[in-house]
Design a protein around this ligand. Structure first.
Ligand code: UDP
Ligand code: UDP
Length: 439
C-alpha cells in the first residue's frame, strides 16, 4: 500500500474513528492491524471516556503493542441526551459522539504527515462527511454489521416516510433483496424519536456523501445482498460497497493463564457447546435459570460466559448467587461458567468447541464463520434477528424464530435443550460450517 515516487516511499496515512462498544471497536482494531501490516501510518481516534472497561483496556493494550500508532483520545463534551427514549449507555454514547464530531476538525487539520483518508464508523459517518470535505480528504465508512442490515436501515431511512406504520404489515419489501419480516426489524426502528433510531437513520441517510463503504462481510455469506447493493437495484445512487470480512483477529497479548482455555485443552474434539451473548447483552434472571437448568440436564460439555449487567463495570454479582452452588457441584466435570471478559477469538478457534449458542452479534458470527463453528442463533436486539436469518439461510446454523427477541420472551429449558441437541448432532450443519471455515 505504499507508493514509490523517485527515491521516496510514501505511505498512506489513514485516520480510523470507531464509535462506542466492543462490537464497533473490535473491527476497527482489526482493520488498523491490517493497515499497519501493509505499511500504512495509522491515526486511531477513540472517544473518551469509553462506556465499558473492555473498550479502554483493549485500546491501551493495542496502542502499547503498536507504538507506531498515533492515538488521539477524543475528549467528549458532556451533552444531555435530546430525549429520554433510552437509558442504554451505549445508545447515549452513539448520540454524543455523533453530535461532537465537528470538534475533530482541529485535531485532524494539524496532523503530520497529513492524512490521506478517513475511515469512519458508520455511526459517525454523517458528522465526518463535512470534516472530510473541509480537509479535502477521501472518506470511507466501515460498516460493522451485515450488508442486509445496512440495506434495511438505508431503505427505511430514505423510503419509509412513517416508520410507526411499519408494524401494520408483516413484511417490508426491499427492491433487489426481497421481503424482510417486520418482526426482524429492531423495535426501536418503529419509533423515529428513539435515540438508537435517530443515530442509525441520520447516518444511513448521509451515505451518498461518502466515497465508499467498507463492510465486515464476505461474498459467501451475503452474495445476493452485496450484488444488489453494488448493481444499483436497492438504490440507484449508492457508494460502492467493498466486503473486507471476515476481518482477521489481531494477536492479543495474554498476561495470565486462562483457566477456561486450559480446561478446553483437555476436552474431546468438538464436544463443547460455547454459550455467549457478546459484550453487552445481559440475560434476565429468569432466563438465566432456564438456561442453567438446560445445561445442567443436558449431556453436553459447555463453556458459558455469563453477563448479568449490560456494562462490564456494573457486572458484580457472583456466580454462586446467580446460579446456585449445587449447579457447579453437579457439572464441574463437564462444564465451566465464566463471568468476565474472555478471549473469544481463541475459544472459537479451539478444536474442543463444537457449537456456539450466540446472540448473533455480527462480530461473533463472522468469528464463528471464520472458524467453521456452527451457531444456534438466539437474537436479543438490534440487527441480531436479521443476522439470525442470514445464519439460517446459508446453513451456518439454526434459528428458532418463535423464541422472539431474547429480551422479551422466556424460552424454556426443554426448548433450548432440543435446539442444542440439533446443533451438536446435525451432521449436515457441521459439514457446512466446516466448509465456511475453509474458504
Ligand atoms: N468478545 C470477547 N470476549 C467477551 C465478549 C465479547 O472477545 O467476553 C468479543 C467478541 O469476540 C466480538 C465482540 O467482542 O468480537 C462483540 O461483538 P459482537 O458484534 O459479537 O456483539 P456485541 O457485543 O456488539 O453485542
Ligand atoms: N475486561 C473487561 N471487563 C472487566 C475486566 C477485564 O472487559 O471487568 C477485559 C479487558 O478488555 C481486557 C481483558 O478483559 O482487555 C483482559 O483483562 P485481564 O483482566 O485479563 O487483563 P489483561 O490480560 O489485559 O492484563
Amino acid at each position: 500500500m505504499s507508493k514509490v515516487l523517485g527515491s521516496e516511499t510514501i505511505c498512506p496515512h489513514i485516520a480510523l474513528f470507531p464509535s462506542a462498544g466492543m462490537g464497533h471497536l473490535t473491527p476497527f482494531l482489526r482493520l488498523a492491524s491490517v493497515l499497519l501490516s501493509n505499511n500504512c501510518k495509522v491515526t486511531l481516534i477513540t472517544p473518551k471516556p469509553s462506556v465499558s472497561v473492555a473498550e479502554s483496556a483493549h485500546i491501551s493494550s493495542f496502542v502499547s503493542a503498536h507504538p507506531e500508532v498515533n492515538h488521539l483520545a477524543f475528549q467528549l463534551p458532556s451533552l444531555q441526551p435530546p430525549n429520554s427514549s433510552t437509558n442504554d449507555p451505549f445508545h447515549i454514547q452513539f448520540d454524543t459522539i455523533l453530535r461532537s464530531v465537528h470538534l475533530l476538525h482541529p485535531l485532524l487539520y494539524s496532523l503530520s504527515p497529513p492524512l490521506s483518508a478517513i475511515f469512519s464508523d458508520i455511526l459517525v459517518a454523517a458528522g465526518v462527511i463535512s470534516v472530510a470535505v473541509d480537509l479535502g480528504l477521501p472518506h470511507y465508512t466501515l460498516v460493522t454489521f451485515s450488508a442486509k442490515y445496512l440495506s434495511l436501515t438505508a431503505y427505511i431511512s430514505i423510503m419509509v416516510s412513517d416508520p410507526t406504520k411499519l408494524s401494520c404489515s408483516a413484511e417490508i419489501e426491499i427492491p433487489g433483496l426481497g421481503p424482510v419480516p417486520v418482526g426482524s426489524i429492531p423495535p426501536p426502528y418503529l419509533n423515529p424519536n428513539h435515540l438508537f433510531t435517530s443515530v442509525f437513520m441520520s447516518n444511513a441517510r448521509a451515505l451518498p456523501g461518502v466515497d465508499g463503504i467498507l463492510i465486515n462481510t464476505f461474498d459467501w455469506l451475503e452474495p445476493e445482498t452485496l450484488s444488489a447493493l453494488n448493481s444499483g437495484s436497492v438504490f440507484a445512487k449508492f457508494p460502492p460497497v467493498l466486503p473486507i470480512g471476515p476481518l482477521v483477529p489481531y494477536e492479543l497479548k495474554r498476561n495470565e493463564e486462562c483457566q477456561y482455555l486450559q480446561w478446553l485443552d483437555v476436552q474431546p474434539k468438538e464436544s463443547v457447546v460455547y454459550v455467549s451473548f457478546g459484550s453487552r447483552t445481559a440475560m434476565s434472571k429468569d432466563q438465566m435459570k432456564e438456561l442453567r437448568d438446560c445445561l445442567w440436564k443436558s449431556k453436553y460439555r459447555f463453556l458459558w460466559i455469563l453477563k448479568s449487567n449490560k456494562v462490564d463495570k456494573d457486572d458484580k454479582e457472583d456466580l454462586d448467587t446467580l446460579l446456585g452452588h449445587s449447579f457447579f457441584e453437579d457439572t464441574k466435570n463437564r462444564g465451566m461458567v465464566v463471568k468476565r471478559w474472555v478471549y473469544q477469538q481463541e475459544i472459537l478457534a479451539h478444536p474442543a468447541v463444537g457449537g456456539f449458542v450466540s446472540h448473533c452479534g455480527w462480530n461473533s458470527l463472522s468469528e464463528a464463520a471464520r472458524n467453521g463453528i456452527r451457531v444456534l442463533a438466539w437474537p436479543h436486539h438490534g440487527d441480531q434477528r436479521v443476522n439470525a436469518e442470514i445464519v439460517k439461510k446459508v446453513g451456518l446454523g439454526l434459528w428458532e424464530s418463535s423464541w422472539g427477541w431474547g429480551i422479551e420472551n422466556l424460552v424454556k429449558q426443554e426448548e433450548i435443550q432440543k435446539m442444542i441437541g440439533e446443533l451438536m448432532e446435525d451432521e449436515k450443519l457441521r459439514i457446512t460450517a466446516k466448509k465456511v471455515g475453509l474458504l
